[in-house]
Design a protein around this ligand. Structure first.
Ligand code: UD1
Ligand code: MG
Length: 475
């Protein structure tokens, strides 16, 4: 929307959080509190945003950068009015309407911001304020309405008398202003109040003094106005955003077997007809395709799963790619940069790191594959390990198409096994193997007949076996 800019107030410490991290940098459903605020502004069509930063600004800067925002520094936190003044100074001349948002209110939706802007215009008011009616209004500024229903005053909890404290309509800290008014009125604010702060809320009185109107817009869902001031409120906000996210996914055709036991972060996308069992956690920018099956206990972080993938219980995947129809688990572990090919199988207690596994290949049991490039239709036997680390450097292992690796093989990297080659079980492979060859590297087997009966008969007795009579002439 042209001519509309936002100021996001995010300079405060948030003492009630009891944290060294600034309040707005705490995570809600995987993203900083203030990220959600900026995201709502962007979704409402607002391009230009000024972030007012102060306490712990370095921790908030990544969010500002993600939105291409402008930074306004408020060195000391003299109050929300002072913060808005700092933000306003950074906005371009083209900004005619200003939305002020509290960086600590992550539940606000873009449609509500649009509604706030529309109400101000429709009613020809100088400002509009988002309000909410809360069962417990403790801590919030209270809305005092005039006879015509417009806002007469906003009184902070600390400045309110007992009767005002019973008012349940509260200030959300979200406003739309006419810019010219804001420029004119902000310098007039005073700090003569209980907190010795410049209150942005006192602009209501400034507007009235000019004979102008401030219109309230009441949020239909009161949760939207909630600011985060404590760890408890942080957890409540996470719960509410999570419920919204899960609702959205079900709406779009995803089956959540038990939504109350499913945790999916904000940026995750899931395709239609995917079925997610209880106890699944999907994190970061994970993208899940269509018709995927994710069984209980799986944790997936920052990964891409294509259509038709199947994850059996307790599979853990981070920073990896799983291609069409691959089957993983139970208890598989993909560490960053694993790339599992179409239709491949990765089974129990198999760990894969920074490796490409070709189409249709299998590593079904107990293996470690690191820094490996594995071709198509390769069979990796149980207990196979790529010995990729010499204590200083990592080295690559390459297995060509159709290679068969027998169980309990050590592949001492760097090493290359040509296509169609076969490795005998129990081998330690230290040299390259040419295509189509057999490589086997194990000690010759020694068998001494009758040895147990002669030397350790007690073992046989313990097992309930009869001890055969010793044969003459044999040791
Ligand atoms: C503010 C409102 C209150 C409203 C509530 C909604 C005022 C005076 N009060 O109170 O009416 O009900 O929000 O949550 O505006 N900030 C700065 N610089 C400062 C002070 C604050 O950037 O000098 C930022 C904070 O980082 C925070 C936001 O402004 O993101 C709100 O500040 P906070 O201290 O939480 O205000 P409340 O007491 O909650
Ligand atoms: Mg607050």
């Amino acid at each position: 929307m042209k001519g509309i800019s936002a100021i996001i107030l995010a300079a405060g410490q948030g003492r009630r959080m009891k944290s060294s991290l600034p309040k707005v940098a705490h995570l809600v459903l995987g993203k900083p509190v203030v990220w959600h605020v900026a995201q709502a502004a962007r979704a409402a069509g607002i391009r230009e945003m000024a972030f007012v930063l102060g306490y712990g600004r370095d921790k908030v800067l990544p969010v500002v950068e993600a939105f291409g925002g402008k930074v306004a520094i408020q060195e000391s936190q003299f109050g929300t009015g002072d913060a808005a003044r700092c933000g306003l100074a950074e906005l371009s001349a083209g900004a005619k309407e200003i939305v002020v948002l509290c960086g600590d209110a992550p539940l606000l939706r873009s449609a509500t911001i649009r509604g706030l802007l529309a109400a101000r215009r429709r009613q020809g008011a100088t400002a509009s304020v988002l309000t909410g009616v809360l069962d417990d209004p403790t801590g919030y500024g209270r809305i005092v309405r005039g006879d015509d229903g417009s806002v007469a005053r906003i009184v902070e909890e600390k400045d309110a008398n007992a009767s005002l404290r019973t008012v349940r309509e509260v200030n959300s800290g979200t406003y739309a202003f006419d810019r010219v008014f804001l420029e004119r009125a902000l310098p007039r604010l005073s700090d003569l109040n209980a907190q010795r702060e410049y209150y942005l809320t006192d602009l209501v009185l400034e507007a009235l003094a000019e004979g102008k109107r401030v219109v309230p817009v009441t949020a239909l869902v009161p949760d939207e106005v909630r600011g985060i001031n404590s760890r408890r409120e942080l957890a409540e906000a996470t719960r509410i955003l999570l419920e919204r996210k899960l609702e959205e996914l079900m709406e779009s055709g995803v089956t959540l077997v038990d939504p109350r036991r499913t945790y999916i972060e904000t940026e995750v996308s899931v395709g239609q007809d995917t079925v997610i069992d209880p106890g699944v956690t999907l994190l970061g920018a994970t993208r899940i395709g269509r018709g995927v099956r994710i069984q209980t206990g799986c944790v997936i972080d920052g990964s891409v799963l294509s259509d038709g993938v199947e994850l059996k219980p307790y599979t853990v995947i981070s920073g990896s790619t799983v291609r069409k129809g691959a089957i993983l688990g139970p208890f598989s572990h993909l560490r960053p940069e694993a790339d599992i090919g179409e239709g491949a199988h990765i089974g129990n207690f198999v760990e894969v790191k920074k490796s490409r596994i070709g189409k249709g290949s299998k590593a079904n049991h107990l293996a470690y594959l690191g820094d490996a490039t594995i071709g198509k239709k390769v069979n990796v036997g149980a207990g196979t390990i790529t010995c990729n680390y010499d204590g200083i450097h990592k080295h690559p292992t390459v297995l060509g198409d159709g290679v068969f690796v027998g169980s309990d093989t050590m592949l001492v990297a760097p090493v290359t096994v040509g296509k169609g080659a076969l490795i005998g079980a129990g081998s330690t492979i230290t040299r390259n193997v040419p295509p189509y060859s057999l490589a086997i590297c194990r000690a010759e087997q020694k068998t001494i007949e009758g040895w147990v009966a002669l030397k350790r008969p007690e073992l046989l007795k313990k097992a309930g076996l009869t001890v055969p009579a010793a044969k003459k002439g044999k040791k």
